[in-house]
Ligand binder design. Structure first.
Ligand SMILES: NC(=O)c1ccc[n+]([C@@H]2O[C@H](COP(=O)([O-])OP(=O)(O)OC[C@H]3O[C@@H](n4cnc5c(N)ncnc54)[C@H](O)[C@@H]3O)[C@@H](O)[C@H]2O)c1
Length: 383
């Protein structure tokens, strides 16, 4: 008999796991039931949820109580937990990033079999404005893409965000900082809409604004195979920072600024106009349309609903795990470019990057957590 509901286990009971659990318990996720939880320690919350709690993920996965697992644990544990679940035919929804590196992610993908769904929580793909930008680029309305730029510096994080965690912003705990934690969302949407760069040059700053060993600021330059250029600037040290994403083509441009989207269409492509006009200071005529709409959507619930439908009805995943390699490849290339002080030709040599990362991990250790109590408003964490 065909199933009509999925038994879900959640591993991790931290910030984001509680958000996923709330979505399931409040029926923002259809055809799914929370049947078990797991975290490193016995956790009082699980009693509130009225489901069995495990403190070893292997026991949860072997329990027979779940069809699928949401893995919302520190990034350094993603690989081992997802691997065990996939090898035991449990469907996996893994928090981003897919692993500490795209090398790790690639190994993980090999553990998936044809009957198991493996999705990634790349929730910003559900933002209606980014969906609209993708449709416009794919429609060809912008013509030949000439230049892209994303400046995402409103990921401000104060020192306490790092101090209360043993794993955040350590090479060992997450294989990086800004790029693999916060900006991974932007790098994912960036390449989802504009494609992968063919060359990356980057300058990362390590511990510039915080007492951390990993990057908290980056300025990067891209080249694409069609000759287009791009740039990405990110920071967790700027307040309030900006979120500006521009895509410029020869027939039109898209300007995203803090949620507002403007489309400018040229009446003639700048490539043609450039060759044909007699007007020394001329420019194509343009039409400007404001396309801003509501960005309010429960992004995590949209991804979860799609995951459940992919299991029940074979719906294509909004972000399958393989997609998660792309953003991590770019983040890894930015770090490698900085360490080696050179350009990285894409696709990145994942094995070589892993060797470099291993050296950083060997010298890294998890932080002693501060006893300070952090105030947490998760809604303020999304940008
Ligand atoms: N998609 C998003 O919007 C989003 C937002 C925040 C965090 N994240 C990602 O989610 C993950 C978790 O982040 P967080 O801020 O919730 O972390 P957190 O430190 O608040 O919570 C981590 C939880 O995992 C548990 N845990 C640690 N190791 C474990 C293990 N081996 N087995 C079982 N449980 C274990 C801890 O007990 C804790 O409950 C990270 O990878 C992060 O990048 C995603």
């Amino acid at each position: 008999m065909a199933k009509n509901s999925i038994k879900l286990g959640v591993v991790g009971l931290g910030n984001i796991a509680l958000q996923h659990i709330n979505n399931i318990l409040n029926e923002h996720v259809q055809n799914a039931k929370l049947t078990a939880t797991c975290s490193r320690a016995a956790n009082a919350c699980s009693k509130e949820f009225g489901v069995e709690h495990f403190n070893d993920y292997k026991l949860l996965i072997d329990s027979g109580k779940i069809d699928a697992v949401v893995i919302a644990t520190p990034s350094m544990t993603h690989f081992e937990i997802a691997k065990y679940a996939l090898q035991n035919n449990i469907h996996v929804m893994l928090e981003k990033p897919i692993g500490l590196s795209s090398y790790e992610g690639e190994v993980l993908l090999d553990c998936q079999n044809a009957n198991t769904k493996f999705g990634l929580m790349l929730n910003q793909r559900t933002d209606p404005t980014f969906v609209k930008m993708k449709q416009i680029v794919e429609s060809g309305a912008l013509g030949k893409i000439q230049r892209t730029q994303w400046t995402m510096t409103n990921w401000f994080r104060p020192e306490i965000y790092f101090q209360v965690s043993d794993w955040r912003a350590t090479w060992k705990g997450e294989g990086g900082g800004l790029l693999v934690n916060q900006a991974i969302h932007n790098l994912d949407v960036f390449q989802w809409i504009c494609g992968m760069p063919s060359q990356v040059r980057a300058f990362c700053e390590f511990g510039k604004y915080h007492d951390i060993e990993v990057e908290d600021e980056v300025t990067a330059y891209f080249r694409y195979s069609n000759g287009a250029t791009g740039s990405f600037v990110g920071s967790t040290g700027e307040a309030p920072g900006v979120n500006r994403f521009d895509i410029i083509g020869d027939k039109g441009s898209l300007y995203f600024n803090a949620g507002n989207l403007t489309l400018i269409e040229n009446n003639q492509s700048s490539t043609q106009f450039n060759k044909q006009t007699d007007d020394m200071f001329g420019m194509p005529e343009t039409k400007t349309t404001e396309l801003s709409g509501s960005r309010v959507v429960n992004q995590h619930a949209v991804i979860m609903n799609n995951f459940i439908r992919s299991i029940l009805d074979n719906e294509p995943l909004i972000a399958n795990a393989e997609d998660g390699l792309c953003s991590l490849d770019i983040a890894n290339a930015m770090l490698m470019s900085t360490w080696q002080n050179n350009d990285i030709t894409m696709p990145i040599n994942r094995g070589k990057y892993q060797q470099l990362l291993n050296k950083k991990i060997a010298e890294s250790k998890l932080r002693d957590k501060s006893s300070r109590e952090a105030k947490i408003d998760m809604s303020a964490s999304y940008r």
